[in-house]
Structure formats: C-alpha cells, structure tokens
Ligand binder design. Structure first.
Ligand code: DC
Length: 224
C-alpha cells in the first residue's frame, strides 16, 4: 500500500496537473492541495482591494488579513478566501491573466509557501504547482514534472472554458498559456524548473487515466 509519502507535482499551465492529481488522490486515498488556487485567491484579494502586484509594502500590510481554507462542496474541493467560497471567481480570465504577476512577488510566495508546508506535515498528500518539487517540498519522496505540447494544452483548456465563457477564443487561450509559461519559467523567485530527480510525464498523447497509471507505476517501481 502506498503510504506515508508526499507526492509533489509541478508542470506547465494546462497540462492536466489538477485533474490527474485529484484522481490520483482519490485512488490512493491521499489529501490534495492545489497550490495554484492559493495564488489565484491571493490575486483576487489584491485585485478587489485595488492593490498592484508591485506594491510590496501594501501587500505585506494586508497578508495577515488573508485566510485561506479548503472545504468540500458536493464532493468537490473548493477554496475559501476569508470564509467566502471563491472557487469559481478565481478561474475568471482576469485572474488567469494577472496571477503570474502576483505570484512573482516574493512576499506573497513566502506567505503561501509557509501555508503549503503546513499542509504536508502528516504526509499522504499530493501537492501540485510550479515550485513544489524544488522549494515547498524539495525532500518529497515522489516528484513529477508534467508537460504537454502547447497546442494540446490550449485545445484542452479551450474546450473546458468555452461553456463558461462563450466569448473566449482559441487564440486567447494560447496567448494566456504562452504568457504564463514565460512568466512562470523566468521569474527570479522560484521559477518553474525540472527538479533533478523528477519523473517527467509528457501528457500530449495521454488520457487522464493513463497519466494516473504512469505515476502509480513510477511510485511502485521506486518503493515496492
Ligand atoms: O496551476 P494554476 O494554473 O491554477 O496556477 C496559477 C498561477 O499560479 C500560475 O500561472 C503560476 C502560479 N503558481 C506558482 O507560481 N506557484 C505554484 N506553486 C502554483 C502556481
């Protein structure tokens, strides 16, 4: 039985990290932490207060006023910002376009990394994001780096979003993914990089079930 480990998953935007992590967590009976949702919630908080991602002084003064929790709503994990369910709000275009800017602010990163580390103290958790294998849990027993071709990622994301946002175009989605890849990989603090000991999973030609199976095989080959 797979037990007493942390599974850290990093990778590019839109390559299926969240869906894979959720299914993997269900199969292994592990907890699941979506660290990107935390960066999105903090971005929403500062946008609502009209505070820019560059205004580190104002940001630092407000961080103590941010409470982030995860709760289950009809079998789905939702993120709550100061006791308000913001699961849908954090997926808007505005937040998707601005989150990389706020997530390059080191004060915000420090604040969220501490919270993410606290979630992992009892292990048996899957944590996904951009710096989980390198900064948040550099000693995680299992590290995975997920990626996929940009056209495949954009197509998946476009199909997912068009019912919620009929105005959106395929080229908007590709532009957002390209911008986020560039910002996430080039920022000074904790850029998205491949950890030396990570299992690299290219999901371009894989279904979700195959992605989960490949990660489980990797874990079993490593430990059991
Ligand atoms: O996984 P996501 O697309 O919801 O993440 C939103 C943004 O948050 C992403 O563009 C970069 C940032 N992020 C980060 O900097 N570090 C993490 N551990 C997770 C997300």
């Amino acid at each position: 039985m797979i037990n007493d480990i942390i599974i850290a998953i990093d990778g590019h935007s839109g390559c299926g990290k969240s869906t894979t992590s959720k299914l993997l967590a269900k199969n292994l009976n592990f907890k699941y932490l979506d660290s990107g949702a935390m960066y999105r919630a903090v971005t929403l908080f500062f946008i609502n207060r009209g505070i820019s991602h560059c205004d580190t002084k104002k940001i630092e003064n407000e961080l103590d006023n941010i409470i982030i929790d995860f709760k289950y709503v009809k079998d789905n994990q939702h993120i709550f910002l100061n006791n308000q369910d913001v699961e849908n709000d954090i997926r808007s275009d505005e937040i998707s376009n601005k989150v990389s800017l706020f997530s390059s602010n080191s004060s915000i990163r420090k604040f969220l990394v501490n919270k993410q580390k606290a979630f992992g103290v009892n292990k048996n958790i899957i944590v996904e994001g951009r710096d989980i294998t390198t900064v948040v849990f550099p000693d995680a027993e299992i590290k995975v780096f997920m990626t996929a071709e940009i056209q495949v990622r954009a197509k998946r994301r476009f199909n997912e979003m068009k019912s919620k946002n009929p105005e959106i175009t395929y080229s908007d989605v590709i532009k957002n993914l390209e911008d986020r890849d560039t910002q996430d990989s080039n920022r000074k603090d904790s850029p998205l990089v491949i950890a030396d000991d990570a299992f690299i999973l290219d999901t371009s030609d894989l279904e979700i079930k195959d992605q989960v199976d490949k990660i489980i095989n990797f874990i079993e080959n490593k430990f059991y």
